[in-house]
Design a protein around this ligand. Structure first.
Ligand SMILES: [Fe+2]
Ligand SMILES: [Fe+2]
Length: 249
């Protein structure tokens, strides 16, 4: 059995289980969700998601540099190579917001403005997500970044396909055009998760005693990301009740 399965996964499975049991995730994949709420959810996911995604390249590169400085050459080089593959991914989200706003404005009210959506303040979960990365990178265990990335990219694989199926059912296939970030990540993160899994195995060979701490970091990141998805859904629901002039955008 791999060290990931033996030493790490037992501590991360409760958090992973919440991807399918959390009430927010269940609502997002429920065909009975109100179409306008699901559409606003994706507007929020992509506009607020820029704050979550823009620093990813830098976080992974910094973890790589820390590994190199500690003599962990193969992990360091793998992280620096992975970092390059994350460059500019937040721009997909910006494009998606523009696309989804055009589509919304052609069919629904209130009229939304891309710039106002993109200028929203971060929620507590969003700030906590950045803080967790910063704290990890400046800790004694900066390679904890690998566990964080392992869980978050795995989330794309586990939740993404169910989300997209529900989009097709509830909003129609045309809406997929405005979801390039999600669509691409369901594919890209297959390779990234395989890489993360190999890096985790290597890391656990080097420091098996840190398996539980790494799992706690990964679980914490996943919990925060699920809270972020909850924020996107709750603000989407709230916008249905808000008069046009006070709407989120
Ligand atoms: Fe990415
Ligand atoms: Fe990725």
């Amino acid at each position: 059995m791999s060290l990931v399965k033996e030493l790490y996964e037992p501590y991360v499975l409760p958090a992973r289980a919440r991807i399918s049991t959390d009430p927010v995730m269940r609502m997002l994949v429920d065909p009975a969700i109100q179409p306008a709420v699901l559409e606003r959810f994706f507007l929020q996911l992509n506009s607020l998601g820029v704050y979550m995604t823009e620093p990813v390249e830098g976080w992974i590169r910094r973890a790589g540099q820390k590994c190199l400085s500690q003599g962990l050459d193969s992990l360091g080089h793998a992280l620096i190579a992975h970092a390059k593959h994350e460059a500019g991914h937040h721009l997909m989200m910006v494009d998606d917001v523009r696309h989804l706003v055009r589509r919304w404005n052609a069919r629904r009210r209130p009229t939304l403005q891309t710039e106002r959506l993109l200028a929203q303040h971060p929620t507590d979960a969003m700030r906590a997500y950045r803080q967790l990365h910063e704290d990890t990178l400046s800790s004694d265990l900066p390679m904890g970044q690998i566990a964080i990335e392992f869980e978050i990219e795995n989330l794309s694989l586990v939740l993404g396909p169910h989300l997209l199926s529900n989009v097709v059912r509830v909003l129609g296939r045309e809406t997929l055009e405005g979801l390039s970030f999600l669509k691409e990540h369901i594919q890209l993160d297959v390779g990234h998760t395989a890489l993360n899994s190999r890096m985790m195995e290597e890391l656990l060979q080097l420091m098996p005693e840190n398996a539980r701490t790494l799992a706690e970091l990964g679980s914490h990141a996943l919990d925060i990301y699920l809270r972020f998805l909850g924020d996107c859904l709750h603000s989407a629901e709230a916008s249905m009740w808000t008069p046009a002039e006070d709407a989120v955008a």
